[in-house]
Design a protein around this ligand. Structure first.
Ligand code: HEM
Length: 125
């Protein structure tokens, strides 16, 4: 069956919710979110809807500094090649499990670019 592309805020919510459902269950990065940072999902998920809606749908709303946040985070939790690799694999699987088209392609390519930059900044901070 053909899939649709990411077209609406509801699509972004579905993508983000599905992605973090996988993240929570993952043996490598799940414990970072669940046990080490103890993420408040009610705050984190809406922030991530806005972050991705900004990138993928040109919607305003996200204000934050993910680079600084992850540089700080990396002093407390393990965020190396392996963790980024797992994060990206789960993200790609989630995107292409649900959607197809140019916006879906953009989601995975932006995620990869941001992850590469984050890794670089973390390694050089
Ligand atoms: C090893 C990889 C990663 C880990 C373990 C990780 C983990 C986290 C954690 C624990 C938080 C904080 C949640 C909180 O404060 O409650 C967070 C926030 C966030 N993450 Fe990541 N992250 C990773 C990669 C990425 C990547 C590649 C992106 C973007 C493509 C990203 C985007 C964000 C954003 C936008 C926030 C919210 C920042 C804010 O508070 O404004 N993360 N991440």
């Amino acid at each position: 069956m053909n899939k649709n592309d990411i077209q609406s805020f509801e699509d972004v919510e579905l993508l983000v919710n599905s992605f973090y459902d996988q993240v929570k269950k993952d043996p490598t990065i799940g414990p970072i979110f669940n046990d080490q940072v103890k993420v408040n999902w009610e705050e984190h998920l809406p922030k991530m809807y806005l972050f991705w809606a900004g990138i993928l749908l040109d919607q305003r709303g996200y204000s934050g500094n993910p680079m600084m946040k992850h540089i700080h985070l990396s002093k407390k939790v393990k965020m190396k090649d392996k963790e980024f690799q797992v994060w990206l694999e789960l993200f790609n699987q989630t995107v292409f499990g649900l959607f197809e088209g140019p916006v879906a392609e953009k989601a995975v390519s932006r995620a990869r670019n941001i992850a590469d930059l984050m890794k670089y900044k973390i390694n050089h901070s």
